[in-house]
Structure formats: C-alpha cells, structure tokens
Design a protein around this ligand. Structure first.
Ligand code: FAD
Length: 156
C-alpha cells in the first residue's frame, strides 16, 4: 500500500465511507481512519429509515435526492442494500397533533414533497395494526427503509 493519500477521512461511518467511496470513484486515493470498527457507531445501529417526511425543510432537497439515489444504489454497488420503498406513516392520537401535522404536511408540500393526511379509515387500509388511539396520520409513499436482517434496530 502507498504511504501517501489524497485525502484522510477521520471516521468510518456512513459519512466517511460515502466520502471515501466518491473520492475513489473520481480516481483519488482516500484513507479512512476509524478508531473502532467500520459502521460501529450510529451508522450501524440506526432504524434504517430512508425518509424525507418530517425532515427539516432545509434538508428536503438532500433527502429527496437521497431517495432518487437509493432507487439505483443496488445497481451501482452491485449488492442488495435491502431498500424497500413502502412509505412512512407519522401517527396522530389527538386533534392537536392532527392540526400540527396538517400544517407540517402543507409546509412540506410547498417544498415539493408529495405526501398527504389520512383519516383513520384510510390509515387502516395501509396498516390494519395501528392502535385504537390513533386517529390519523401523515403518509409519504416515497419514503422507506433499508433494513439489515438480524441487526439491532431503533425505529425513527
Ligand atoms: C438510535 C439511532 C437511530 C437512528 N435512526 C435513523 C434512521 O432511521 N434514519 C436515518 O436516516 N438516520 C437515523 N439515525 C441517524 C444516522 O444513523 C446518522 O445520522 C448517521 O449514521 C451518521 O453517520 P456518521 O458517519 O456521521 O457518524 P457515525 O456513524 O457515528 O460515524 C462516525 C465514526 O467516527 C468514528 N470516530 C469518532 N471519532 C474518531 C476519531 N477521533 N478517530 C477515528 N475515528 C473516530 C466513530 O467510531 C464512528 O465509527 C439514527 C441514529 C441513531 C443514534
């Protein structure tokens, strides 16, 4: 191995690895320095949510671009990234929560995200297992998740 690098990246989480991957694609020689194991921190213990809805509005262009990239990531990486685009529901259990959610949905629509409010009947058509207290939800059909079988998960 050469003792010279074009870039030294501290941290082998998804950010560091993605930067290294893209630099390598450009023909550069990056080195990733990881104090523990690759993907051993947040990148290896998250909920796997690949979500645009309920992001900070300033993040939305990046989140929407991520969804576009995820659609063909398995081809680019030539591996199953276990990505499924099954939508994301954000549940409401009171009129107050519904009102806040309605406003949030309108704001997200204004920056180009396609999502909608569902009443309980519409929600049950998508997920018949939601609890009795849930009276409505926002639904973004282009959200999804990238799951890792057998890996610890925390749903967000
Ligand atoms: C419980 C939980 C659930 C989450 N759920 C979701 C979700 O569903 N969807 C979603 O999009 N996001 C989710 N996230 C957020 C997402 O996981 C993080 O935004 C993302 O993984 C951050 O990646 P990163 O590379 O910046 O950081 P990390 O994955 O933390 O990587 C940083 C790396 O740097 C290394 N490091 C630190 N200091 C040094 C040093 N001095 N020298 C060498 N190496 C060092 C660490 O060991 C680590 O491996 C969740 C996060 C958590 C904690």
């Amino acid at each position: 191995m050469s003792d010279k690098a074009d870039a030294v990246i501290i941290g082998g989480g998804v950010m560091g690895c993605a930067i290294a991957y893209n630099l390598a694609k450009e023909g550069l020689k990056p080195v990733v320095i990881e104090k523990s194991d690759i993907g051993s921190e947040a990148s290896g213990s998250n909920g796997g949510g690949v979500r645009q809805s309920a992001r900070n509005l300033k993040e939305m262009p990046l989140a929407m671009e991520s969804i576009r990239m995820y659609g063909h990531l398995h081809e680019e990486l030539e591996m199953d990234v276990e990505y499924v685009q099954e939508g994301n529901l954000r549940l409401c259990t009171s009129e107050e929560e519904l009102e806040v959610m309605r406003q949030a949905v309108e704001n997200q629509k204004k920056v180009g995200l396609e999502l909608k409010m569902l009443d309980r009947r519409q929600l049950l058509e998508i997920n018949p297992h939601v609890g009795q207290k849930v009276i409505g939800a926002s639904y973004c059909p282009t959200d999804g998740h990238a799951k890792r079988q057998g890996h610890r998960r925390c749903n967000r």
